[in-house]
Ligand binder design. Structure first.
Ligand SMILES: *[C@@H]1O[C@H](CO)[C@@H](O)[C@H](O)[C@H]1NC(C)=O
Ligand SMILES: *[C@@H]1O[C@H](CO)[C@@H](O)[C@H](O)[C@H]1NC(C)=O
Ligand SMILES: *[C@@H]1O[C@H](CO)[C@@H](O)[C@H](O)[C@H]1NC(C)=O
Length: 264
C-alpha cells in the first residue's frame, strides 16, 4: 500500500530495508543510509514521476528545497561515504565526498517514521566550491586517514556525554567557559574544509558572539561514539553548518565541520 503513494525512487529506497530487522534498528537505519548514498551516486532520481502525495520533506542548506533541483538529483561519483545511526531519534547521518563531476562535501540527516520506517525528512548541508575553506580533494584525504569504526563497549560514550559535548562545542562562540566542558583528547584532530587542525583546541573561540548557533538537529550514535548536529551558525552569520564529534574512551578524538560561507 505504501509504495502506491510514494514516488518510485522512494519505494526503491524503502524496499531494500530488510523487513526482518526492527524499525529504527541500527541495521535498518544504516541500510537506508546506504540506499541514499547509492541514490546520490546514481543520478537516476527520476523526479518527473514524483507523486504529489509523496510524504518526504527535503531541506537543503537549512531551507525547504525542491528535491527535483536539489543536490540529490545530480549524479555524483562518491569517493567517500560514512554513516551513523541514532535508533532513539530514528535517524541516520551520512557524510559523503565527491570530486566529480562537481566537488561536494555533503552532510545529510535522514529521519524516518518510527512505525513504518518511511522517510519523513532528508536534511542536507551541501558544501561545494565557495564554501568555507572548500577543497574536497584535501578533505577526502583527511577523512580517509581517520578511523570511525564501531567502538568496543568499554570505549563507548554515553548518549548524554555525546549530547553535552556537541552542545558545549557549538556554545563556545557565545559562552566563554563552554570550552571547559569539552573533554578534548590527545591527540585530537579537527577537519574543517581543507584545514586540519591539531590539537582541537587550536583556534577555539571563548565567547564573544551574541547570537547562539541555533536550529540544532542531532544524530547521536553511541556505538560509533559520534554526535552530528546540523545547524545554523548564527554566531558568525546565518550560515548552514554541520558539526560532528567522535568520542573514544571519554575523549574527543575527531571534529568535522562542513560549513557554507557567509552571505555576501
Ligand atoms: C559507501 O561506503 C561503503 C563502506 O565503505 C561502501 O561499501 C559502499 O560501496 C559505498 N557506497 C557507494 C555508493 O559508494
Ligand atoms: C507513521 O506511519 C504510520 C503507519 O504507516 C502512520 O499511521 C503514521 O501516521 C505515521 N506518522 C507520521 C508522523 O507520519
Ligand atoms: C557556559 O558553559 C559552562 C560550561 O563550562 C556551563 O556550566 C554554563 O552553564 C554555560 N553558561 C550558559 C549561560 O549557558
Amino acid at each position: 500500500m505504501l509504495a502506491v503513494r510514494l514516488a518510485p525512487w522512494l519505494a526503491v529506497l524503502l524496499q531494500h530495508v530488510p523487513h526482518a530487522v526492527a524499525a529504527c534498528s541500527r541495521e535498518s537505519l544504516l541500510a537506508a543510509a546506504e540506499k541514499y548514498v547509492e541514490l546520490q551516486a546514481s543520478g537516476k532520481l527520476d523526479l518527473t514521476t514524483l507523486s504529489a502525495a509523496a510524504t518526504v520533506a527535503y531541506k537543503e542548506n537549512n531551507a525547504n528545497h525542491d528535491i527535483k533541483t536539489g543536490v540529490l538529483s545530480q549524479g555524483l561519483k562518491v569517493s567517500y561515504n560514512r554513516s551513523t545511526a541514532d535508533p532513539v531519534a530514528c535517524a541516520s547521518y551520512t557524510e559523503l565526498v565527491a570530486l566529480t563531476p562537481k566537488p561536494y562535501v555533503i552532510a545529510t540527516q535522514i529521519t524516518h517514521n518510527a512505525t513504518d520506517m518511511s522517510v519523513t525528512l532528508i536534511d542536507t548541508i551541501a558544501a561545494t566550491t565557495g564554501a568555507l575553506r572548500f577543497d574536497a580533494a584535501t578533505t577526502l584525504k583527511y577523512f580517509q586517514a581517520e578511523d570511525w569504526s564501531t567502538l568496543p563497549a568499554e570505549k563507548r560514550p554515553s548518549r548524554e556525554l555525546l549530547r553535552n559535548t556537541i552542545d558545549a562545542y557549538l556554545d563556545m562562540w557565545t559562552n566563554a567557559t563552554a570550552i571547559d566542558a569539552i573533554p578534548f583528547g590527545t591527540p585530537c584532530e579537527r577537519v574543517e574544509g581543507s584545514a586540519r587542525v591539531s590539537p582541537c583546541t587550536g583556534g577555539a573561540p571563548r565567547g564573544g558572539s551574541k547570537q547562539p548557533n541555533n536550529m540544532r538537529r542531532y544524530v547521536i550514535d553511541e556505538v560509533v561514539g559520534s554526535a552530528d548536529v546540523l545547524c545554523q551558525f548564527s554566531a558568525v552569520g546565518a550560515i548552514p553548518d554541520s558539526h560532528e564529534v567522535r568520542i573514544e574512551g571519554g575523549k574527543v578524538r575527531y571534529v568535522h565541520t562542513i560549513t557554507l560561507s557567509a552571505p555576501k
